[in-house]
Design a protein around this ligand. Structure first.
Ligand code: GDG
Length: 739
């Protein structure tokens, strides 16, 4: 049975010491609810599939208790606990994870501790997780590792199980290279290479993905193409998967009688005042003090709201052992006291401050009741609270005030977006929110709710896991191998022994280097001589397969008896014959392509689908420019592969990706030529995307070589045109024969 092995720092439950010994308390959080929703769906659809979880149970469990706890965890939760000592918890968890990586990745460089002992613990504990996973692992399993505490684990596992399917997802921001470079060299190299042990690396936003790829390039020198990184003959991929919430759960809960009851009680407590709401873990990244300053500014600027609003500020205790957190709690208490003292009266306490966790019903009741939510982190990977607030509004009213520094702001553009560092922006947003007509509130919220519903937690997990499966499947096909000397000898021997050979050669970049201007790339004497020598030994035919026009090719190669395919396959000329125009039209491909374009329309706000007589188009002029461009690249990539066996062309225009019924490409032209010759040896060499059509069209025993790029449908790879010329010279030499 296929299995998913989830690995995260924390298990979905916490071990606790009670009177009668140790027990468990289930914990929930974004990851748990996302995965539970995904698993529930899989089960409902009878997908035969098992899930196990590897992680730390959240407390230092005495050794004597561990065996029993292991058995209970497995039986009750399908989980495998990794036990950490108190020193590990201090140095790995509170130390390197929460006092180095957490502040660095959230742009708090001055809080970062650089402690070699903590780094050593991080390396050691990642290896403990590796050992635990290896105990659980069975061939065929999919391993999905989560978050910043386990960045070394993917590579550690890869070293032990080279073929394993491994995914990694980062829940916090990936910062700009300017932050990453602050780490000592070996640490940053190991962290980045560690993550890239995974086949697929996921982030919440496009920006984080780009930051990661940039750091990988700067620190490790590994370049990427459309998020794909070639490591030897392996391909890794980085991509964006914004985590969703269990939308239906919140929408349903908002109308649950117990929640409605709780809501009524809360409403009574604030006696008709307007409620502003926020909830966060105690963390300096959440911007709570700045938020209080913003609220104070609001009370100063807009005194008409005195006695009419209440700010319900809930802060959930967290990481109290880490230095900055204790200090922050004190500062927070002082600010709340000061603002309440300055504006409050016997009748009115402006800030209702709670330092504790809320039960789920109270949380949803507050979401549902509050006309405004003030979610203003200074940095946040995503921020689920913002999404949950919108999901808890069945009538679509309410105003979300959201920090532009939260990953969620990328998807929730209709919210009131503020810069959390500026009290005046927060103050003005509160004023705008409390005065906003219900019609406008609904108009803003509905599209956001639609989006959250469509890309919910389950869809997120599904999207990541199906992409991981696809990456794994593509790895074998796409990673081309360098053409070895031994293989070159074999090719030369096959060529010499062939009854009828067909040689297909792209021109620019393959036989000659690129020239500053196209007309300057005329063939040199060496090349003309080489082609002529080769022609004399080739029993079938040599074809130059180029994007160039007929006139140029005729002009340059008229003296050599070679065939030519011009304008990417539109024209074919066998040696000594006339040019022929190739054209075939069909439109049955449209029904296969349209759903792909429609998926992109659904995923990218503002994009449009257009159908014409002989083409389909995806327009992204009205989208966020960066996102549009990135998605266009992905679409082209997907379509290029998908249309391998279809007679269509994928073209990139200005802010549009178009699929055209052309019936012409290098592959189709080559197939026509091949069908006329029936060769028993085919060699094709090319260096750009249009040559991929050629590689894909060839029979599996053809020798296909891509020059330069590591990603290709060709079987082999060479560095540049000089290598190609050397190979051709070798074919000539091996064949022998008279000149
Ligand atoms: C990390 C990243 C990213 C909070 N207080 C209570 C409570 N919660 C629940 C919320 C929400 C979750 O905890 C908090 O999620 P966030 O996304 O806001 O923040 P982090 O915990 O820091 O999570 C973050 C996330 O990973 C997912 O990838 O979004 O950026 O930092 O679900 O509802 N739940 C209850 N009572 C509370 O008092 N019941």
């Amino acid at each position: 049975m296929p299995r998913l092995v989830i690995v995260s720092n924390r298990l979905p439950f916490t071990a606790q010491q009670r009177e009668g010994g140790w027990g468990f308390v289930a914990s929930s959080g974004g990851l748990v609810s996302a995965l539970s929703a995904y698993l529930a769906k899989a089960r409902a659809e009878n997908v035969d599939f098992e899930c196990v979880w590897v992680g730390w149970p959240g407390a230092a469990v005495p050794e004597a208790e561990q065996a029993r706890m292991r058995a209970v965890a497995l039986e009750q939760y399908g989980s495998f606990p990794v036990f950490l000592s108190q020193d590990d918890v201090r140095d790995f968890y509170q130390g390197f994870s929460n006092a180095t990586l957490w502040p660095l990745f959230h742009y708090f460089p001055s809080y970062v501790e650089y402690n070699p002992q903590q780094w050593a613990a991080y390396v050691r504990v990642n290896a403990l997780f590796r050992d635990a996973v290896l105990e659980v692992f069975r061939p065929g399993d999919t391993i999905w590792i989560h978050d910043y505490q386990l960045m070394l684990l993917p590579a550690q596992l890869r070293a032990a199980r080279a073929d394993a399917t491994i995914g990694f997802f980062l829940h916090i921001p990936f910062p700009s290279h300017e932050l990453i470079r602050l780490l000592p060299g070996p640490w940053k190299r190991e962290l980045l290479a560690g993550v890239l042990g995974a086949d697929l690396v996921g982030f919440h936003t496009h920006e984080y993905t780009q930051h990661f790829l940039h750091s990988v390039f700067r620190v490790l020198g590994w370049d990427h193409k459309l998020g794909q990184i070639a490591l030897g003959d392996q391909v890794r991929r980085a991509d964006t998967f914004p985590i969703g919430i269990d939308f239906e759960q919140f929408m349903t809960a908002a109308n649950d009688p117990a929640v409605l009851q709780r809501r009524a009680e809360l409403s009574l407590g604030i006696r008709g005042k307007q409620l502003i709401f926020s909830v966060d873990r105690l963390d300096y990244t959440k911007g709570i003090v700045k938020r209080l300053q913003g609220f104070e500014e609001f009370l100063v600027r807009y005194p008409e709201w005195h006695e009419r609003v209440v700010f319900a500020l809930t802060v959930v205790p967290s990481r109290t052992e880490v230095r900055q957190y204790g200090r922050m709690k004190k500062e927070l208490d002082e600010w709340v006291g000061r603002i309440n003292g300055r504006f409050g009266s016997t009748e009115w306490v402006p800030i209702l401050y709670q330092y504790r966790a809320l039960d789920f019903n109270s949380l949803v009741a507050l979401y549902a009741l509050a006309p405004a939510a003030l979610i203003t982190p200074l940095r946040d990977g995503m921020n689920l609270v913002a999404k949950e607030y919108l999901a808890s509004k069945p009538d679509s009213t309410g105003v979300l005030i959201l920090s532009e520094m939260a990953g969620a702001a990328r998807e929730l553009g209709e919210a009131l977006i503020v810069n959390p560092n500026h009290a005046s922006e927060i103050a003005d947003a509160l004023q705008q929110a409390l005065g906003m007509p219900a019609v406008e509130q609904m108009a803003r919220n509905r599209p956001m709710q639609e989006r959250l519903k469509a890309y919910d937690a389950r869809r997120w997990a599904e999207h990541f896991l199906t992409t991981l499966a696809r990456v794994k499947a593509q790895q074998g096909q796409l990673a081309t191998r360098h053409l070895s000397a031994q293989m070159q000898t074999e090719i030369a021997q096959r060529y010499a022994a062939a009854r009828c050979s067909l040689i297909l050669l792209d021109y620019d970049g393959t036989l000659v280097p690129f020239a500053p201007q196209p007309q300057l790339a005329a063939p040199d004497a060496e090349l003309v001589g080489l082609l002529a020598a080769m022609r004399r030994r080739t029993s079938g035919g040599i074809f130059l397969v180029s994007g160039r026009d007929r006139a140029t090719l005729s002009d340059w190669f008229g003296s050599v008896r070679v065939g030519m395919i011009a304008e990417h396959g539109a024209w074919v000329r066998r040696e000594g014959a006339d040019w022929r125009l190739l054209k075939s039209l069909a439109s049955d491909w449209k029904e296969q392509i349209a759903p792909i374009l429609r998926v992109y329309v659904a995923q990218v706000a503002g994009s449009l689908f257009e159908e014409k007589e002989f083409s389909l188009a995806w327009h992204y002029r009205r989208c966020d420019p960066e996102l549009g461009a990135q998605r266009a690249k992905e679409l082209i990539d997907e379509l290029t592969r998908y249309t391998a066996n279809l007679d269509v062309q994928v073209l990139e225009g200005k802010k549009v990706v178009e699929v055209r019924n052309s019936g012409v490409n290098k592959g189709a032209a080559a197939l026509l030529v091949a069908s006329e010759l029936s060769p028993d040896f085919v060699l094709a060499v090319g260096d750009d995307e249009t040559d991929e059509d050629l590689f894909r069209a060839l029979p599996p025993d053809a020798i296909s070589i891509r020059v330069g790029a590591p990603f290709s449908h060709a079987r082999f790879r060479m560095n540049d045109y000089r290598d190609v010329r050397r190979l051709l010279a070798r074919l000539v030499a091996t064949h022998g024969g008279a000149d």
